[in-house]
Design a protein around this ligand. Sequence first.
Ligand SMILES: NC(=O)c1ccc[n+]([C@@H]2O[C@H](COP(=O)([O-])OP(=O)(O)OC[C@H]3O[C@@H](n4cnc5c(N)ncnc54)[C@H](OP(=O)(O)O)[C@@H]3O)[C@@H](O)[C@H]2O)c1
Length: 307
Amino acid sequence: MIQYPWHSMRICGIRSLRFTARTTYSQKRTSQRLSTMPIALITGASREDTIGFEVARQLGAKGYDLILPTRSIDAGRKVSEVLKTKHEVNNVHVVELDLTKPESVKACADEVKKQTGALDVLVNCAGISLASTYDKGIEALKGWKDYSLTEGLRAIDTTHDDLEAIFRTNVFGAIELTNALAPLLLQSKAPRLVFVSTTIGTFESADKPDAFNHYFFAYASSKAALNMAALSYSKQLPKLNPAIKVNLVCPGYPATALNGYQGFGTTPDSAIGIVELATVDEHGPNGEFLAAYAPYGEPGKMGRVPW
Ligand SMILES: NC(=O)c1ccc[n+]([C@@H]2O[C@H](COP(=O)([O-])OP(=O)(O)OC[C@H]3O[C@@H](n4cnc5c(N)ncnc54)[C@H](OP(=O)(O)O)[C@@H]3O)[C@@H](O)[C@H]2O)c1
């Protein structure tokens, strides 16, 4: 059984000490905490069929309080209601966030600080894949090996607008949000920072003749950049709080809007590895790119994805 950081705290009573310490650090903010449970913020949980929603559901079932930032507050309220009524996950807080807008990222972080005064887990799960070429990309995924369908998605065809849209969300947004929330996250006794990436963003998989990655250039390169960002955080943040664990995870290929529901996995299965990394104990990995599905690993025994 996985031992989560919060278990030992509950058992040995450090849990209450932790919050006493925070009260001393910032009396005003702590008095506005959601509750005394560990707090996880997950992006990309705006719909029931997203991987982010499943991460939220599984963390909620483990007793975490949830902050779900969504572009549309109505969408956030809707998933919050679903979590409550269908899954008995009640501690859900919805915040507005558009990762493409720096002012929205800042407002989201300010709101989290005001409302909770604490953050223990940040899961960067929101992402887009194909921007304006979405329909073309979905056709390509349907044809799978028919690469002629991916015209417009190779490096040579990629437009400024597509690159900008994808990098704004997948790279700039994830980094800006992480930086905005880092001061809060680093105050936690056991901070966990997880980036949801994909094997398509690895050089190992791309460095093969006619690799699939090159037919989804903007997405693949945005995830390669995200991988570097995550690796960089994993080297630097432990200098500020040695208890932090920063990791990357590939969720597999579940059927979601991102791939036009062409994937063959499920979001509950895809969320398992993400949740494992969000809840690892102090002996867990740091600076690893992992997956909980074959051929890399399995649930409960995640394996390395070659960079
Ligand atoms: N599905 C796969 O096969 C697969 C494989 C490998 C990796 N991944 C990664 O897994 C993560 C989740 O993907 P998914 O399959 O769950 O995709 P999805 O169903 O398309 O969900 C994407 C989520 O990101 C949110 N989002 C997009 N742009 C945003 C923005 N500007 N600001 C805030 N939120 C934004 C979406 O919110 P809206 O509802 O507002 O659009 C939605 O909640 C992504 O990072 C993706 O790259 C997926």
